[in-house]
Design a protein. Sequence first.
Length: 360
Amino acid sequence: MVKALKNRIDMFKEIFSKEGIDGFLIASERNIFYFTGASGANFLFIPAKGDCKVYVYGVNHDAVKVEAKNCQVELIERGEKPEKKIVQQVEKHEIKVLGFDSLLAQTFITLKRALRGKAKLKPKNELVWNLRKIKDEKELSLMRKAAEITSEGMKTAYEVLKAGMREYEVAAEIEYAMRKAGSWSLAFDTIVASGPRSAYPHGWCTDRKIRKGELVVVDIGAVYQNYRADMTRTLVAGKPTEKQLRIFNVVREAQEKAFRKVRAGRKARTVDRVARKVIEDAGFGEYFVHGTGHGIGLETHEPPTLNSQSKDKLEARNVVTVEPGIYITGFGGIRIEDTVLVKEKGAERLTKGPYTLTLG
């Protein structure tokens, strides 16, 4: 892992140097973890030539010292301005153009004033994403495990959900099952949205009691060693109606056809178009209110984006979701989602589980 992290830093130095950037400031905690393996740090300074430095406040200093690889770790003392330390590095390495991923507005203003024109600040977050969206073998192994745990959680949903349960009770059973299976945390707040609330794509969960015959959207994600998975199924607590089954079959067909379209070199918006056409042809186009998917990894939502406006092209070892849905106010919603690995020829579902409305 130490070697892999060093390779990432070396690759990144080469990438930003070609852009005329002499050094790079990383402020996103996820990006710092990606390059160093440490959680809880505040800034990572990467010069084009020379050693990297991680800056961290006292509360996480000991942990970062143990976890951080291929960089020096420096404590930010109480009352000390980290921007001052960054300026010292800019001067030491004679940096004229300092790239950065994302900075709080106040941090940007403070740093710009502290630099006093010694270096130009250049936002270049896309350079980090160009690396992060292509997963290496270690990352893929962790995501497979996260997907396996998530699938175990969904299996539990099919086993425990029944009329009379409150939404948060179902969520609790799912989360407990995922924790027992090895989940470090949740990729996002578990969604168990029943009845008319299932028409809300991000319907969270409440104390509402699930009623017999209602649609229930269950959207869950486990985290394993900081990597995530994302999975949605729609269930009915009882016997589905003909309308529920008809809409479910439309969504199922849309997801399957979109999945079959996923491969390296494919335009992301083409995958969206395939799913959207199935739903539009069935007469439900106005009820598909979001994109077909998104990248996932250290964060739940990452590039590439699979929607009608996307300019992304899928690449081998991207990991994305495929999740078409139909949401009808007052009736309910149906979504089916899997976490999917993009390959040179085709794709692989990482999340697995039943594709049925019925329980058991």
